[in-house]
Design a protein around this ligand. Structure first.
Ligand SMILES: [Mn+2]
Length: 620
């Protein structure tokens, strides 16, 4: 009798799998494997049980209990007497796109680090190709990859009412996604807060349509509540039906939200500000807390780890290991309503185990996912399919023409020797943009490197009409002459951005970016000195983490030869040196106000206030 392959979760297949598991659990049908471990953490009781056996059929757990007591037949047995088994680690909020690897290579990177399932916050790829987003995220799993991706279609598609991208989601789209199969579980981070509270906002109908479709299908509405801390704001955030927040930047932020029923998803770089307060208060119940990655590049993951790093860091901050393990397993699984499939080592769930030789330091000896031994140490042993991604995934930059230096000129009103100019910084969260006076030469407004003022441009990569907007930014970009950096990762619309000390270098960088179908291009003193290919969606590459890291290291070393301008800004993730975090400087969600977007009829200059809808010329 053939069983479904149990890869893409459908209710029909799940029932067939469970009917078989019932008979295996009763010993009436044979099992495939018995994994005997020194001890096993039951995350439902937060207690260890000694000398346990996990009996596996197919990809699932059929039976768990004291070693030797299972009465059915078992085809194979393995025994790890000195290891502690904990459930596979899950990510409740992660943009796999930010690893910049396609899902089959993400799996090879994160499985050895204990991460066996991920709730993919997919507004990134969804803004590149909205119609194919769910198909994209099911492809690797359909090829048998044992890392499970639970798909969260993006509410931020497009991210604000003043942007248009490769996707446009509303009620009908979200209803369709949620009825496809069980792998689509929620609505990705609702983060356009003005579109939630303000009926006058142009995206109000669209956002509430997506929320309604999610509620209708009993999905989870995920949130992004950066800067919403005050009682009325957090009450409104919770009252909307938004169920979580991962933008927890302070203890007060997390405390105000968790006390209003909001599930808090804490990222490791926020641990120092958030965890001590929770521990000092002796928080007795951590079930409404998860630890999660959000965004982490392949290079950073190779350097510090994946979910294992999140767990290790929380333990180092004083969270008891067993409680911390619940925060990366059962808590996020329950929050996302997928705890029937992942989050614990119990019958019916996927056979995902992390075998630790030391719990406190999260030292991983081996990982099982779907009942398969997928890693020993850092060595990935699982399937590595060679997926030939279709053109809708690999040809996604549609600027439509080669650009010239003249395209980047900011022209002054006639007969002016100087103008007033609007300035933004990376992560400029002030009520107003900055203003300054800039010189005019031959009718064009000039940069002022001495005051760290350079030009930043956003190029529409979707319409094919080759439109772009340029303005002046403070405290970022290269000081060296004829130098520019271009990238096709521009959260969350993922147009193309470039920052540079000459219009010629900016045009050169963007034109080469078009040749490599997306990624990074660095031009130094008029020469292309480094490139990194993100050929899938302009966001990811179908290569190993190690291969991508080698290319990133070449970019970093070329960038070290350049003087990068810097001014502190509103967040600690903005640092001196190579401005890699500029990929996040084009966000248009909370807590931004004035933002720079690709030009449109509504916002021809690209400069708009997402709270008020007010736009403004970049010079006057
Ligand atoms: Mn967010």
């Amino acid at each position: 009798m053939s069983l479904p392959n149990d890869l893409i979760l459908s209710a029909k297949d799940d029932i067939a799998i469970r009917q078989d598991l019932v008979l295996v659990a009763l010993g009436k049908r044979p099992a495939d494997l018995a994994i005997r471990v020194g001890r096993l953490l039951n995350v439902h009781t937060r207690m260890w049980a000694l000398d346990q056996e996990i009996v596996v059929k197919g990809r699932r757990i059929a039976w768990v209990g004291p070693a030797g007591q299972y009465k059915g037949e078992v085809a194979g047995r393995v025994h790890y007497p000195d290891l502690s088994a904990v459930p596979g680690f899950g990510e409740v909020h992660k943009h796999i796109e930010s690893t910049h690897l396609t899902p089959e290579y993400e799996a090879a990177l994160v499985l050895p680090r204990g991460n066996t399932w991920t709730c993919e916050a997919s507004h990134e790829f969804a803004n590149v190709d909205g119609p194919n987003n769910t198909a994209f995220w099911k492809t690797a799993r359909s090829h048998g990859v044992p890392h499970k991706v639970f798909i969260q279609p993006g509410s931020a598609v497009p991210p604000s009412g003043w942007e248009s991208t490769g996707g446009h989601y509303g009620y009908e789209e979200q209803r369709g996604f949620l009825t496809e199969d069980l792998s689509v579980v929620s609505l990705d981070e609702v983060m356009d807060w003005p579109a939630v509270w303000d009926p006058q906002n142009p995206a109000y109908e669209r956002i509430w349509g997506m929320i309604r479709a999610t509620v209708e299908q009993r999905g989870v509405v995920e949130g992004h509540g950066a800067g919403l801390v005050e009682a009325h704001e957090t009450s409104a955030f919770a009252a909307s039906g938004i169920s979580s927040d991962h933008e927890i930047w302070s203890f007060e932020d997390g405390w105000e939200k968790i006390n209003r029923g909001i599930f808090i998803e804490i990222r490791p770089y926020n641990f120092p500000e958030v965890l001590p307060g929770l521990l000092e208060r002796g928080l007795p119940d951590w079930c409404n807390i998860a630890f999660t990655t959000d965004d982490r590049s392949a290079s950073e993951t190779l350097r510090i780890g994946a979910s294992d790093y999140n767990l290790r860091s929380a333990i180092e901050h004083g969270v008891p290991p067993e409680t911390a393990i619940q925060c990366v397993t059962l808590n996020p699984a329950r929050h996302m309503r997928i705890d029937a499939w992942v989050g614990s080592i119990t019958p019916g769930r996927y056979a995902d185990l992390v075998l630790l030789d030391d719990v406190g330091s999260v030292s991983i000896s081996a990982v099982y996912a779907d009942g398969l031994l997928v890693s020993e140490g850092k060595q990935y042993l699982g399937p590595q399919p060679d997926i030939s991604w279709p053109e809708w995934a690999s040809e996604t930059l549609n600027i439509g023409r080669l650009l010239t230096a003249a395209d980047f000129a900011v022209r002054a009103p006639s007969d002016r020797h100087s103008v007033q100019a609007a300035l933004l910084r990376p992560f400029h969260w002030n009520q107003d943009f900055l203003t300054t006076e800039l010189k005019v030469e031959n009718g064009e407004v000039q940069r002022d490197t001495a005051r760290k003022i350079t030009k930043f441009a956003i190029i529409d990569r979707y319409s094919g009409n080759g439109k772009l907007a340029s303005m002046f930014w403070l405290g970022c970009g290269p000081a060296d002459p004829d130098t520019a950096l271009a990238c096709s990762v521009a959260h969350d619309s993922h147009n193309v951005w470039t920052v540079g000390s000459s219009d010629r270098a900016m045009a050169m960088a963007v034109n080469h970016l078009q040749e490599i179908a997306g990624g990074w291009v660095l031009v130094h003193r008029g020469e292309i000195v480094a490139e990194v290919c993100y050929e899938i969606g302009g966001l990811m590459t179908a290569r190993s983490a190690e291969e991508l890291d080698r290319e990133m290291q070449q970019l970093y070393s070329a960038a070290e030869k350049i003087e990068w301008m810097y001014e502190p800004s509103a967040t600690k993730i903005w640092k001196p040196g190579f401005p890699e975090t500029l990929i996040f400087a084009t966000l248009t969600c909370l807590p931004w106000r004035w933002v720079f977007v690709a030009p449109s009829d509504e916002v021809p200059s690209g400069l708009v206030n997402v709270n008020t809808g007010q736009s403004h010329p970049v010079v006057w």
